[in-house]
Design a protein around this ligand. Sequence first.
Ligand code: 5GP
Ligand code: ZN
Length: 136
Amino acid sequence: MRDENCIFCKIANGEIPSRTLYEDDRFRVILDLGPATKGHALILPKNHYADLFALPEDEAAEAAKLAKKMGAKLVEKLHADGLNVVQNNGETAGQTVKHFHIHLIPRYENDGQHILWNPGKMSDEELDSVAETVNS
Ligand code: 5GP
Ligand code: ZN
């Protein structure tokens, strides 16, 4: 299950070299070439899935386990102060490479990054309405 035109398929399967931090038969974890911080890594499945919605449940479960394991390793080895786990789906959400991946971004005090959102405001009625829509 590969897409011939997908750069992450080539990287995950070793056709394009990468700085690999972990590999098994289903996943490769690499350093991001444009790191937000020191140690910014990407979890890539070797199979091509465009995004979270296309990812089978068992691979999603494995990817989550890897995020925990590799996130902890990055924080420990690089003496980070925190970790953001980020996963973008769709251009609107910032996805630029259409092969599912999870970002592991170690955080350091005063690293100058802003990976959080501006808190919004919503009335009780609006929140009730959103919950009703999702639950219907
Ligand atoms: P997205 O915006 O799709 O969530 O994240 C794509 C990420 O892939 C970006 O952080 C970008 O720096 C990284 N990236 C893009 N091309 C390459 C590449 O060829 N090699 C590596 N290691 N990272 C890449
Ligand atoms: Zn791919």
